[in-house]
Design a binder for this molecule. Structure first.
Ligand code: URP
Ligand code: ZN
Ligand code: ZN
Ligand code: ZN
Length: 467
């Protein structure tokens, strides 16, 4: 048993002074003022700290095979780094091979993820359409705890789906009580622009954002929303990075459509100037899709979060080390796309969101865990501090400062995109399944301690939660 004494419990709804007792089965047993420690119970002092639900990162790519290589953080190192930053659950992606079985891929990812130190769940990507996919989707929802499917409108000749496949899949998902998620960039337009740029001799990382301008994302977001409306299917748009996509989501919500938007902290604080770095490697390390944008987009993303038009934050954690980024030295289209971030998500959002007054602590809980738990149907097991919930908690110090560096981070990657930033707000202790797994610099992650989290389907016809 673990008793957390003297802290302020913060949920998406309220903050109040309470102690939290965790039982040996990894649940929250009681939340009340002045709980007396049962015999033999470990007591941890949370005076001056906020006791919040552990972060949920709904978009990571641990050991993902991508662009001829494999992301360097695996399920153990990546989830352990998450624990160090206050994130206790991830939702990663099963990506079937082209034409391959969804069910076989899900089984393969289950084995890969057995080493995880924190809890994990999976979205499953649909990358083609046939009868087997149609059948596998039902099995995944009914028997495997999958309630969300992913679609890539980008990455032509690799993961990209055309609109027909996307529509088949969205309709099927909605019929099964599952949510469709989408990477919204027009893959044909990106392909065209990439070729035009390379033919014109523009082969460096500075060509990357020009091959994926804001219009390419805005168009795809509009189209995805339009297709979803034809099918009356709810839609979740990952890594929204533009004002155009934010507006498209807000307008759809005003029309009564169920559309959710996810934001990455890196898009909130890093802008496109990184691609002009004279050091090729530094620029290449920022190559991800969608790319970093002009500053005015950041204002729209913050506005989306504070107004509730964008509901969740994720990292799209997808790490590639120097030698992997070097694959694109001669051709920017071959630089593996992805940036790290799971360890710093919570701190970046606290520092730039709560410290600046844009977000309240309760908003912070909403966008780092509670909304995600609701949208992906694991609330109140996750995303809140209440009796019976999983004892996944972070004891947050709102005033402590740290300097981010790849020299001290726990992510298995040789750089940190926030290198040198001084961030105020950090996880003093992280608790997973009732155990302290991060204690003020001491990472006590256990290989294999993470559990696969089944996410039940929504009732049919699909009524996705209002968030
Ligand atoms: O650049 C990125 N985002 N890499 C990971 C794959 C994806 O698009 O999410
Ligand atoms: Zn219990
Ligand atoms: Zn993506
Ligand atoms: Zn991604």
């Amino acid at each position: 048993m673990l008793l957390i004494k003297g802290g302020t419990v913060v949920t998406a709804e309220q903050s109040h002074r309470a102690d939290v007792l965790c039982d040996d089965a990894g649940h929250i047993a009681r939340v009340a003022p002045d709980i007396e420690a049962p015999a033999g119970c470990e007591v941890t002092d949370a005076t001056g700290l906020l006791v919040m639900p552990g972060g949920i990162d709904p978009h990571t790519h641990m050991e993902m095979p991508f662009m001829g290589t494999v992301a360097s953080d695996d399920f153990y190192t990546g989830t352990a780094a998450g624990l160090a930053g206050g994130t206790t659950t991830i939702i990663d992606f099963v990506i079937p091979e082209q034409g391959g079985s969804l069910l076989d891929a899900w089984k393969e990812w289950r084995v890969k993820a057995e080493k995880a130190a924190g809890d994990y769940s999976f979205h499953v990507a649909v990358t083609h359409w046939d009868d087997k996919v149609h059948a596998d989707m039902e099995t995944l929802v009914r028997d495997c705890g999958v309630n969300s499917f992913k679609h890539f409108m980008a990455y032509k000749n690799a993961l990209m789906v055309d609109d027909e496949t996307f529509m088949h899949s969205m309709r099927r998902a909605a019929g099964l009580g599952a949510l469709s998620t989408v990477h919204a960039e027009n893959g044909d337009a990106v392909y065209y622009l990439q070729r035009a740029l390379t033919e014109a001799g523009q082969t460096g990382p500075d060509a990357h954002p020009r091959s994926r301008p804001a219009t390419v994302e805005g168009e795809a977001a509009q189209r995805a929303i339009g297709l979803a409306s034809l099918l009356d299917a709810p839609l979740y748009i990952v890594h929204v990075s533009t004002e155009e996509a934010t507006r498209a989501i807000a307008e759809a919500r005003l029309r009564g459509q169920t559309v959710y938007g996810e934001v990455l902290p890196q898009h909130l604080v890093i802008d496109e100037s990184v691609y002009l770095d004279k050091d090729w490697l530094n620029a290449a390390r920022h190559v991800m899709s969608p790319p970093f944008r002009e500053r005015h987009h950041q204002k729209a993303l913050w506005g989306g979060l504070t107004s509730g038009q964008l509901q969740t934050t994720a990292t799209d954690h997808c790490c590639f080390c120097r030698e992997q980024k070097e694959n694109g030295r001669q051709d920017f289209t071959k630089i593996p796309n992805g940036t790290p971030g799971i360890e710093d998500r919570m701190s970046v959002l606290w520092h730039y969101g709560v410290r600046t007054g844009k977000l309240t602590p309760e908003n912070f809980v909403a966008i780092t865990s509670a909304n995600t738990a609701r949208i992906f149907n694991i609330h109140p097991r996750k995303g809140t501090v209440t009796e019976g919930a999983d004892a996944d908690l972070v004891l947050w110090d709102p005033d402590a400062t740290r300097t981010v560096s790849a020299r001290t981070h726990h992510q298995n990657v040789d750089y940190n995109i926030y290198e040198g930033l001084e961030l105020t707000g950090l996880a003093r202790k992280t608790i997973s399944q009732g155990r302290i797994v991060w204690d003020d610099g001491d990472l006590r992650a256990t290989r294999g301690a993470g559990r696969y989290i089944e996410r039940p389907a929504f009732p049919k016809p699909l009524r996705a939660p209002v968030v």
